[in-house]
Design a protein. Structure first.
Length: 276
């Protein structure tokens, strides 16, 4: 049972619907093609196939696909309730909460990269924050499957200004790989944090993501996942060559409790020895 439209894009419209057989709410994306077999239908088919390959908590699962009576393609997916990151961001207070959401986005993209898939349009409007804290990466309609000719856009700029990598801006899709998503992730983190990040180490992570040349960035989102884990744990990171005094301060901060306990113990021993 089809409801009203809940979203529209250049490739298709999304409708809320009711799966009467399984008694659940779903979403249906229908191609905007005016005639069957056009490029838009092919794009919708490509997107459905990409989603079918990506079974991950950060990606909306696809339930079914088919053809309408008028020949247009559609696919059925889970109905997600929430708001885009762009709308949710003003409600996020503090850098730790923003980083927590960002890390879940990076983890999702890392999973896609491990499957040889590049999103190519990562931005706040394509990330959904669900009512129960879910973080989902949406809109895989322009994703590229590395090593194939699927979803080719030679000579066409794919992405969003402000978030697309320099190589995407040229329209040369043959040079767009996982590092392009890494650039977009850096731009995303910068937009989430707004003002200057709290530490030079985090600023260095953003700068490495947004390096002008792909070989100056993290190789893929998985490498960025590892870097963020080291940053959160207070370990050294590859993006930042810290001076000795910062390295000592980071080491002291990490082992502060142990150091203070040992110092207190030694002081008590010294005082006891003096008293005797």
């Amino acid at each position: 049972m089809l409801g009203g439209p809940i979203g529209r894009g250049g490739m298709g419209a999304v409708y809320a619907a009711r799966d009467t057989l399984l008694d659940r709410d779903v979403a249906i994306k229908v191609s905007n093609a005016v005639a069957a077999g056009t490029g838009l239908d092919q794009r919708l088919r490509d997107e459905a196939q990409v989603l079918a390959r990506l079974e991950h908590p950060g990606i909306v699962p696809i339930h079914d696909a088919g053809v309408l009576a008028d020949g247009r393609l559609f696919y059925v997916m889970k109905l997600v309730r929430g708001e885009t990151l762009a709308a949710h961001l003003p409600q996020l207070a503090g850098e730790p909460r923003k980083l927590a959401i960002f890390e879940r986005v990076v983890d999702t993209v890392a999973f896609a990269h491990s499957a040889g898939i590049v999103h190519r349009d990562l931005k706040p409007e394509n990330i959904m924050v669900g009512s129960f804290g879910e973080v989902l990466v949406l809109d895989w309609g322009v994703a590229a499957v590395l090593g194939t000719h699927a979803i080719a856009d030679e000579g066409v700029r794919v992405g969003t200004p402000g978030f697309m990598s320099p190589e995407q801006a040229t329209g040369d899709s043959s040079h767009v790989g996982k590092a392009a998503d890494v650039y977009s992730l850096g731009a995303l983190l910068a937009s989430m944090l707004g003002a200057a990040p709290s530490t030079r180490r985090l600023r260095a992570v953003i700068d490495k993501c947004k390096a002008a040349q792909p070989d100056g960035r993290y190789t893929n989102a998985g490498d960025l996942v590892d870097e963020l884990a080291r940053y959160r744990a207070g370990l050294s990171i590859s993006a930042y060559k810290e001076p000795a005094w910062e390295r000592f301060g980071r080491w002291f901060g990490r082992y502060r409790t142990f150091i203070l306990l040992v110092a207190a113990y030694l002081m008590m021993r010294a005082l006891f020895a003096w008293w005797r």
